[in-house]
Design a protein around this ligand. Sequence first.
Ligand code: GDP
Ligand code: ZN
Length: 285
Amino acid sequence: MFIVRTQGQDIPCEIRGKIKHQTEAATPVAVGDNVVISLSPDGTGMIEEIGRRRSMFFRPSKGSESKKQIIAANIDQLAIVAAIRKPDLKPGLIDRFLIAARIGNLEPVIIINKIDLGGDPFPEEMRIAYFRLGIPIFLISALTGKGMDSLENILKDKKTIFAGHSGVGKSTILNHLMPGLNLRVCEVSDYSNRGVHTTSLVELFELPRGGFVVDSPGLKVLGLWEVAREQLDQYYPEFIELAGQCRFVGCSHTHEPGCAVKKAVDEGLIPAFRYRSYQTIYDSL
Ligand code: GDP
Ligand code: ZN
């Protein structure tokens, strides 16, 4: 069952059978989709058509790796949440999410939570690297409220999906943003496993100051299964700039002599942590 909001009204809807099988994705309809419905006299509705998606955030469907499970559609931003400590910052994970954002056509925003814990600050090297890539970084404490104001400004009037390792403080941030939670719930059903009907909940919350946020369950298992190894450098803008200067066409920037990317890493022009995440992801593809 799906809840469709139309002209301020929430209408429980079923989905027309033929739509379920029209889409290549395992999820026929996702939170954030624009839909056309027909109304029954009893006040329920039927989803007849799904509008073209401007952006998508997805993961491989359980049991069928080649099928996509769309977690949310038509979202503007991906808020990548990490903590300075507890759990420790994982640069590799941030870079994976950045790739997912590009694939899904979402603007990435990095949120570093728990700055009240003190200790090691967010490494300067990372701050500069992401600044140069044009990605906003917010250093906040959801616990004390520090930095939450500027975060709220960037969420206003946009649809943002929150993702990050469990324990980094996503729920705490959302609770801070929405003291009187205005909850919307959507069921994302997985039609790929016939018989076993797995269901997970994706929630779309309306912000008091305008805009929506989505809390995404299970994103820590994010796989970049869609990316071909040879294309990984396309997701590293600071690599592509140099790729034309590599000695070999199609250089993978891993072992080839005369690699301009490796040279730039050695000279400190490309931060080592970005190159390490590239290597790790390259090996995993
Ligand atoms: P989630 O799994 O990402 O939703 O994380 P939670 O919101 O459940 O938070 C995990 C733990 O971190 C909880 O014990 C929170 O109280 C704590 N936490 C969240 N934000 C902060 C923060 O800004 N500072 C500190 N010190 N702890 C926080
Ligand atoms: Zn190279």
